[in-house]
Design a protein. Structure first.
Length: 235
């Protein structure tokens, strides 16, 4: 299943799928299933969200000081291995903000690809330096860009409205269906929106092709970048 295209790309392919990894970027850059491209951007460490109003007077300044809103990843290693009928791609990298010293995340992404094209993604993140002094992170996880035609959003978890770990009792667990645009909440001040907690599975589809994943919390956005509120400084 693995194919070496050149020094910069690796391909894992099966009967109905073809996945391309960029060694220089250290990420999955293409997911084609039955000839249809699903991906716009590979998984990236995501520890940032626009601060809510009360955070702008406290935590947000600390978050910006270590560059959580502008992290860039540098690849440390890429390894491709076969184990029985599985292909395992492991990417080690360091995420830090340009111009910020002594504040970074060491991370490892492990893609385990089965013969039928399923991808199991493991992610380990270790904060380094000043990242360890933060009282908490805005969020912790991965963001993934998909093709805009994957507009139909369904999930088995809490809903139908947005909910969070500290505000979810009024959101029962069920199977819900919406759209990516339908998840947008136009708050007066840009801030986090559209999260769903206790998610067992979630899918994005166009009726023919679909991306699916299990998880604890899930949100989707029509924007490639979450809106970020400008810093507010106390007088």
């Amino acid at each position: 299943m693995p194919e070496d295209l050149d020094d910069e790309r690796d391909v894992v392919a099966g009967a109905q799928f073809r996945y391309t990894f960029d060694r220089k970027a250290g990420t999955l850059t293409s997911m084609k299933v039955r000839g249809t491209e699903l991906l716009n951007g590979g998984p990236q460490l995501d520890v940032w969200r626009a601060p809510v109003s009360n955070e702008n007077w406290g935590e947000a300044n600390d978050w910006r000081a270590v560059g959580l809103d502008r992290l860039r990843s540098t690849v440390d290693s890429v390894n491709v291995a076969e184990s029985r009928d599985l292909v395992v791609v492991t990417v080690g990298s360091t995420a830090a903000a340009p111009g910020v010293t002594d504040a970074s995340f060491k991370q490892s992404l492990t893609y385990t690809i089965t013969p039928n094209g399923d991808v199991r993604l493991g992610h380990r993140v270790d904060p380094q330096g000043r990242m360890r002094t933060l009282p908490h992170l805005p969020r912790g996880g991965l963001s993934l860009g998909v093709k805009p035609q994957l507009e139909r959003f369904a999930w088995y978890g809490r809903g139908p409205h947005e909910n969070y770990t500290d505000r979810k009792d009024g959101a029962p667990v069920d199977i819900y269906r919406s759209t990516v645009d339908g998840q947008f909440v136009e708050y007066y001040s840009p801030q986090d929106y559209g999260n769903h907690d206790d998610v067992r599975w979630a899918t994005l589809s166009d009726g023919r092709a679909a991306c699916s994943s299990p998880g604890i919390s899930r949100s989707v956005s029509p924007r490639t970048k979450m809106p970020t509120a400008p810093p507010i400084r106390s007088r």
